[in-house]
Design a protein around this ligand. Structure first.
Ligand code: WTA
Length: 648
């Protein structure tokens, strides 16, 4: 039996950068080669020079990189402030009156903050934090809608040296309480409610319920967003606008050490309680700044839109810190892509003349399902670059994105990274790399990956194995908050501290392109062959009647594991035994007999986490006929799960 992951997906299409794009790109092929080699041979020299030229320091650092993985520190004796980097330093340039944040609320209300206006708001809110007794190093929970005040609150925390912990607005009271307790948060910043598909999400009520179980929290600041009725507890709860009315706008930045914690962001592990990924100031800011410039090719004239929620790492690095550090104009949209109709995103692209657009494969598959008539109603010709993140993109979705949204003109950057890596690690550079549908292609400068087997031996081209990082980088996580042992155990113990283990399976082709196959927990073993469920999903989704598919293994007498496919059809009424047979045959033809599905189950939707990842743990239990006892706080829609059970 082979220990390595077998790869069955072959994709030969290749799209070189359009010459007009390459001509104006921030990075040329020669520069990329030179930077990548330099960073590999001399990481301290490479990152040290960039940190000096690209970050503003109150106190320069003298030591670039110290300590061995996993305890590497960067720029440790230097002092800076992430808020200064994102806001203040632009005020002495022509960007002072440039739009920093262009925002649209779900109901259609709009607001634009220039760098100067953003500075004014942030300084005032930093003064509010001072007056509430916040000290440098305190943890503050943010549970807010996607409104400009969320960015203001983040930057104000950074300004006073407090560590923010943002909780996505879809999480429940229990999830908030767990995170408050783990971080020992002192203050919660929230809103009365948020808008989602025209309905109000009761944020303050959720916080109230959470606070019954989170004793560390002393005070709550409440932004009025929807006007919903809320209960204000005297001496504990304060309206944002009351505090801001009394605030002064001249709060300077606290000088913090480069290794000072900037934020904690909770992410789910395969088991147990969420992990509090901790990022520090200097290294994270350098990573966010450089990767934004390299990958998104940002120009001062660009309108840049990342559709993620700020409650996820993508929003931290690529709506707020990376774009603002670069002095860019970043678009922020509050609501759902299908409100009031399925054309909303394309309406926004046209209205704001968006040039660079970054979204997720799960969104792209939804757009495909909703139909081409939505994007076709709008002028998308301002777009010059497209990006995706979050999961492997199936080639058919990639091709649709390329054709229908990009008009076959825009390079697509498929960016592989993680909450833990802080910034993009593997991605095409749009003026350099020939892209291939489904591949995140090559490592960025400073990233030295390898594909290894369980023993840590490097594998040859096209052999599937485990994706590891062999060198430290400035923007990597420093610890899991309050649990350094778990940090070492999850990411470094597997290879005796030598490598960072990402938890993903991948292969590298003979040209050096990486193909990520998903989490290794998603790998199934069929008749002694380890298969990536994602490749079977990709084959299913390439069938013209399939909208979405989730594939898991289940215990099988003869094969070890059988293949169970949950399939959402474009038209529900097409579900039939004939369709099941056709889909099995389709996978067989696409991949081979080995991958023939044992079970096909039709589902109206598959259960997903709030960030759009399929909850395979739950599907595995359903496939095996087990009850699920696991944590479901990150489930997108409980009714989806109930429905799958009923359909059994
Ligand atoms: C997956 C999101 C393939 C991967 C920034 C990773 C991807 C996990 C890609 C991290 C991609 C993310 N291609 N897989 N372009 N991007 N992933 O922490 O399994 O929410 O380990 O960070 O998402 O998810 P996280």
């Amino acid at each position: 039996m082979s220990q390595n992951i077998e790869t069955v997906l072959t994709e030969d299409r290749s799209f070189p950068p359009p010459p007009e794009f390459a001509e104006q790109a921030n990075v040329t092929p020669e520069q990329y080669q030179q930077m990548w080699q330099r960073a590999k041979d001399d990481p301290a020299g490479f990152w040290g020079e960039l940190a000096k030229s690209e970050l503003d320091w109150f106190k320069p650092f003298t030591e670039t990189m110290s300590g061995e993985m996993p305890n590497t520190k960067w720029f440790a004796d230097g002092q800076l402030n992430a808020c200064y980097q994102c806001v203040d330093r632009h005020l002495t340039t022509w960007r002072k009156n440039k739009a920093a944040i262009v925002w649209e609320g779900e109901p259609g209300d709009t607001r634009t903050l220039t760098y100067q206006q953003l500075h004014h708001e942030v300084c005032k809110f930093a003064d509010v934090l001072d007056k509430l007794g916040v000290q440098a190093g305190d943890r503050i929970t943010l549970y807010m809608p996607m409104v400009p005040e969320l960015a203001v609150a983040m930057l104000a925390c950074a300004r006073v040296g407090a560590t923010h912990s943002i909780i996505f607005g879809g999480f429940s009271a229990d999830a908030i309480a767990d995170r408050n307790n783990d971080a020992q948060s002192k203050l919660v910043i929230t809103a009365d409610a948020g808008w989602r598909r025209g309905k109000e999400i009761p944020l303050k009520a959720n916080v109230d319920a959470a606070l019954d179980k989170s004793p560390s929290v002393e005070k709550v600041v409440v932004l009025r967003r929807t006007g919903a009725d809320v209960t204000m507890v005297p001496d504990r709860d304060f309206w944002w606008h009351d505090l801001m009315d009394k605030a002064t706008p001249d709060r300077e930045c606290t000088h913090v050490d480069a290794e000072h914690p900037l934020f904690i962001l909770y992410t789910s592990g395969s088991t147990g309680k969420p992990k509090g990924v901790l990022h520090t100031t200097g290294g994270y800011m350098l990573g966010a700044t450089m990767t934004t410039r390299w990958v998104f090719d940002l120009k001062d004239e660009d309108t840049y839109w990342c559709t993620a929620d700020i409650g996820w790492i993508t929003g931290h690095s690529y709506i707020v810190y990376g774009p603002l550090s670069n002095g860019a104009t970043t678009v922020m949209y509050e609501g759902a892509p299908n409100w009031p109709d399925e054309g909303r995103f394309w309406n926004l692209v046209e209205k704001y003349s968006v040039n660079v657009f970054y979204t997720a494969p799960t969104a792209i598959r939804a757009f495909i399902k909703w139909g081409d008539q939505w994007p076709e109603q709008y002028d998308l010709s301002s777009l010059r670059l497209l990006g995706t993140v979050g999961e492997p993109i199936n080639p058919e979705a990639w091709m649709w994105y390329h054709r229908v949204i990009g008009g076959e003109q825009c390079p697509i950057v498929d960016t592989w990274w993680q909450t833990e890596t802080g910034g993009i690690m593997l991605s095409p550079l749009p003026g350099v790399t020939a892209t291939k549908p489904g591949s995140c292609t090559t490592p960025l400068p400073g990233v030295v990956p390898a594909i290894v087997d369980e023993q840590g031996n490097e594998l040859d081209a096209n052999q599937g194995g485990l994706l590891v990082m062999t060198q430290p980088w400035p923007h990597m996580l420093r610890t899991l908050y309050g649990d350094h042992d778990r940090f070492v155990d999850v990411y470094f113990a597997k290879f005796d501290g030598k490598y960072y283990f990402a938890g993903d399976g991948a292969r590298r082709d003979e040209e050096g392109n990486y193909w990520v196959m998903g989490r290794v927990d998603d790998v199934i073993n069929v008749s002694g062959h380890r298969l990536s469920t994602m490749e079977v999903e990709s084959a299913l989704v390439s069938h013209e009647q399939v909208a979405e598919a989730a594939v898991v293994g289940f215990p099988h007498e003869l094969k070890g594991e059988g293949i169970c496919c949950f399939v959402t059809l474009k038209t529900e009424s097409d579900a039939s035994d004939e369709m099941k047979a056709a889909l099995k045959q389709h996978v067989r033809t696409q991949i081979g007999a080995l991958a023939t599905p044992d079970q096909i189950r039709f589902a109206a939707a598959v259960p997903k986490t709030r960030s759009g990842k399929i909850m395979r743990r739950l599907l595995r239990d359903i496939a095996a006929g087990r009850e699920s006892a696991g944590d479901t706080t990150t489930l997108e829609d409980y009714t989806v799960l109930a429905k799958l059970r009923e359909d059994e």
